[in-house]
Design a protein around this ligand. Structure first.
Ligand code: ADP
Ligand code: MG
Length: 636
C-alpha cells in the first residue's frame, strides 16, 4: 500500500535531490523494478537518456487507485515509520523518486498488478497529471521518461554530452546486473542491444559478458562467512590491476555503495601484490544483517556506515589476502595481445562500433570519479600490522583519467516495443578449472624442465603444458626482500663477514640515524661499530648479496634513511628494505648459471607469495602450449 510518510519520518530520512542526470533516473527506476520483484528488466535509452528512457519490468505493478499517490512527494509502500529504517531490505524507501522525476520531465506509466484484468495508463508532465485511464497490458510496469529537465533549463545545462551520459548509464547497468545476478537485465542504447544477462545467478557469466575473457580467466572466487557477514564474489589476480578504481566494485546487500573501510581493506590486502598506483579488480558482494548498517545515507553520496567497522575491515582484509595467497598468481599472458598487461583490455560489445566509451573494459573512464577520497586518517586504524613498505602504498587519492568523447550522432527514433526477455546467454566459455597444480610446489618442482636463459634476463621453464618465464631480477629481489624481512622479524640474521672489515665515514645525519636505530641494522645482518668521530667499522653485511659490494650498499642504504624523523623510522626502514633488496638482487642483462637459476626457483618456492616482487611486478609469467600452437597455426 503506497502512502505518504508522516512529517516525523520524513525528517529522519536523509533527504536528497535524487535526480541529477539521466543515470540517476535510470538508477531510481530500475531500483523500483528490483523492489517490485521483477525477474527481467529492460532499460532502453536514446540520446544518453536525455530525450528518452524506458524501463520495463515484470514485477508486481501498482494497483489502479495507488498510481497517482505513487507520484506524490514522500509516498512509498516500503516504509511506514522511522523504526522500519533499521530493518529495511528494499533499495528505495524515501518515496521521492517518482515525484522528483515527474516534476522535471514528461512521464508515461503503464502498469498492471497480477490480479487485475486491465492496467493503468498514467501520464504526468512537469508534475501535472495529463492522463489516467484503463489499458490492456501485461503484468508489470513500463515507465517512459521523456525530455528530462525540459522545464528547468538551468539544470539541463549541467548535462554532459549524450555519449558521456550514455556511458554513465552503461556503467550503472553493469553494476546493477552484477549485484542482482538473478535478474535478467537488458540494456538497449539507440536501438542496439548492449547488455543482456541471463539472470541465471552466475556472477562469473556476467563478468564474462561485461569484461570479456582476459579478466574472466584470471579470477579467484571468494565465499567466506561468519555469523553476521558473508563475502562472496570474485577478485582478479593482481595482473589485472588498473590505474584507477574503476574496477574495484563491491556491493553491500545488493546496493552499489562506497565505504572507506571496505576500500581500504581490499587495497591493503592487495598491497605488495599490485604495483604502486595500481588498483585491483573486484566484484564482491557483502551480505550483512540490515541492522548492522546504516542505509540512511544521502542518496547521491553512496557512502555507507557500518556499526562494527573494525570487524568489517579485518574480515574483508583477511578474506581477500588469503584468497590471494592461496591461489597460483602467475598471470596467463596471451601471445596475441603481447601488450595486454600495459594496455586497457578492450572488447567490442556489439557488432556495430559505438561512439561511446564502454568504459568497464577500458582503463580510461568517461565518468567522473565518485567523490570520495581516502585519506590515511585516524578514523581507520587497521589492527593488521602493516609490515609492508610504505612506498608501495597505492596513492589512493590518485585521480583517474577523464576522457570525454564527442557527442554521439542521434539515430532516428525507432519505436520498437521492448519485450520482457527470457532467453539464456553464454554458457559456452568458462573453463571451470582456472588453476592447475601450483607451479612452485614440491610436487611440480621435480617435473620442471629448466630450458635456459633468454636475453641474459629471463629463465624459461617447461612444466606440463605450459611455458613459464621467470624474470631473474624480480625473482631474486623478492627472495632478497623476504630474507631481509625474515631476518628482521626473527632477529636471527644471516650475515657475511667482511675480511678485512670496511671502515666508513658517515655524515652527521647518517651517524645520528645509525646511533638511534642500530638495532634495526643488526637485525637484518649488519655488524657495525663506532670507530671514533664519524668513522665506523663495518664487520658484516647481510648474506648473499650476489657480488654486490656490501660497503657501497650500506652507504646507499643509510644515505636514504638519514634525516627522516625518528617516529617513522621503523616504517621507512622497512620500506627501504625493498629498495635495498632491489639493489642487492642480480640485475637483468647478467648471465647466471643453471645452478643459480635452479637455486633461485628453490628459494622462490619457499616464500609465502613468490609471484610478485616487493614492488608488485610479476616474477613469473606463463604461456600455454595451446597458445603457442595457435601462434604457429597448428591449431586454430
Ligand atoms: P520509493 O521507491 O522510495 O518507495 P518511489 O517514488 O521510487 O519511492 O516509488 C513510490 C512507490 O511507487 C514505491 O514505493 C512503489 O510502491 C511504487 N512503485 C514505483 N515503481 C514501481 C514499479 N516499477 N513496480 C511496482 N511498484 C512501483
Ligand atoms: Mg524508489
Amino acid at each position: 500500500m503506497i502512502r505518504v510518510l508522516d512529517a516525523n519520518t520524513i525528517d529522519k530520512i536523509a533527504a536528497g535531490e535524487v535526480i541529477e542526470r539521466p543515470s540517476s533516473v535510470v538508477k531510481e527506476l530500475v531500483e523500483n523494478s528490483i523492489d517490485s520483484g521483477a525477474t527481467a528488466i529492460t532499460v532502453e535509452i536514446k540520446e544518453g537518456g536525455i530525450s528518452f528512457i524506458r524501463i520495463t519490468d515484470n514485477g508486481i505493478g501498482i494497483p489502479k487507485d495507488e498510481v497517482p499517490t505513487a507520484f506524490l512527494r514522500h509516498a512509498t509502500s516500503k516504509l511506514i515509520t522511522a523504526e522500519d529504517l533499521l530493518s529495511i531490505s528494499s533499495l528505495g524507501f524515501r518515496g521521492e523518486a517518482l515525484s522528483s522525476i515527474s516534476a522535471v520531465s514528461q512521464v508515461e506509466m503503464i502498469t498492471k498488478t497480477p490480479d487485475s484484468i486491465t492496467g493503468t495508463h498514467y501520464q504526468i508532465h512537469g508534475g501535472k497529471e495529463i492522463e489516467n485511464s484503463q489499458i490492456g497490458c501485461p503484468t508489470g510496469t513500463t515507465i517512459i521518461v521523456r525530455n528530462l529537465f525540459y522545464n528547468t533549463p538551468a539544470r539541463k545545462k549541467y548535462m554532459k554530452s549524450a555519449s558521456t551520459e550514455t556511458s554513465y548509464i552503461y556503467d550503472l547497468v553493469c553494476k546493477l546486473s552484477m549485484s542482482h545476478t538473478n535478474i535478467s537485465f537488458k540494456l538497449i542504447i539507440n536501438a542496439t542491444e548492449k547488455i543482456f544477462t541471463s539472470g541465471n545467478g552466475k556472477l562469473k557469466d556476467i563478468i564474462y559478458h561485461i569484461y570479456g575473457k582476459d579478466i574472466t580467466n584470471n579470477l579467484i572466487e571468494l565465499n567466506i562467512k561468519n555469523d553476521y557477514l558473508n563475502i562472496h564474489g570474485f577478485i582478479a589476480k593482481p595482473c589485472i590491476s588498473r590505474g584507477n578504481r574503476t574496477f574495484e566494485d563491491y556491493f553491500v546487500n545488493s546496493r552499489y555503495i562506497k565505504s572507506k573501510i571496505v576500500t581500504k581493506a581490499i587495497e591493503d590486502a592487495y598491497r605488495t601484490f599490485v604495483m604502486v598506483h595500481k588498483f585491483p579488480f573486484t566484484v564482491l558482494n557483502f551480505d550483512i544483517k540490515p541492522e548492522l548498517i546504516d542505509v540512511n545515507i544521502h542518496p547521491s553520496k553512496m557512502e555507507l556506515k557500518f556499526v562494527n567497522e573494525q570487524e568489517i575491515y579485518d574480515f574483508t582484509y583477511n578474506s581477500v589476502r588469503e584468497a590471494l595467497l592461496f591461489k597460483e598468481l602467475i598471470p596467463c599472458v596471451s601471445p596475441q595481445k603481447s601488450k595486454a598487461a600495459a594496455n586497457p583490455i578492450k572488447r567490442d560489445i556489439g557488432k556495430n562500433p559505438e561512439p561511446f566509451e564502454t568504459n568497464r573494459r577500458n582503463n580510461q573512464i568517461v565518468r567522473e570519479e565518485s567523490n570520495y577520497n581516502i585519506k590515511n586518517d585516524e578514523a581507520i586504524k587497521p589492527t593488521i600490522n602493516n609490515t609492508i613498505a610504505s612506498e608501495t602504498k597505492p596513492d589512493i587519492q590518485n585521480k583517474p583519467d577523464i576522457q570525454i568523447k564527442p557527442d554521439i550522432q542521434n539515430k532516428p527514433d525507432i519505436q520498437n516495443k521492448p519485450d520482457i526477455h527470457n532467453s539464456v546467454i553464454t554458457e559456452k566459455y568458462i573453463q571451470e578449472s582456472l588453476f592447475s597444480d601450483q607451479f612452485l610446489s614440491e610436487k611440480a618442482r621435480i617435473k620442471h624442465k629448466l630450458i635456459g636463459q633468454l636475453f641474459d634476463t629471463y629463465w624459461l621453464i617447461e612444466y606440463e603444458d605450459k611455458l613459464f618465464i621467470m624474470d631473474q631480477h624480480a625473482a631474486h629481489e623478492k627472495v632478497k626482500f623476504e630474507e631481509l624481512m625474515t631476518n628482521y622479524k626473527t632477529k636471527k640474521p644471516v650475515s657475511q663477514y667482511l675480511m678485512p672489515p670496511a671502515v666508513i665515514t658517515l655524515s652527521a645525519a647518517e651517524a645520528d640515524y645509525l646511533k638511534y636505530n642500530i638495532d634495526m641494522f643488526l637485525d637484518i645482518g649488519y655488524e657495525v661499530e663506532a670507530f671514533g668521530d664519524n668513522e665506523y667499522k663495518l664487520n658484516a653485511v647481510p648474506a648473499n648479496l650476489f657480488g654486490i659490494d656490501g660497503r657501497d650498499l650500506f652507504l646507499d642504504f643509510i644515505g636514504e634513511l638519514a634525516g627522516i624523523s625518528q617516529k617513522t623510522a621503523i616504517d621507512v626502514f622497512i620500506s627501504k628494505l625493498s629498495t635495498m633488496a632491489c639493489k642487492a638482487a642480480i640485475k637483468g642483462n647478467t648471465s647466471i648459471s643453471y645452478e643459480e637459476a635452479d637455486a633461485l626457483l628453490d628459494s622462490l618456492m619457499s616464500l609465502e607469495n613468490p609471484y610478485t616482487c616487493p614492488h608488485g611486478r610479476p616474477t613469473i609469467i606463463s604461456m600455454t602450449k595451446a597458445e603457442i600452437e595457435k601462434k604457429f597455426k597448428r591449431i586454430v
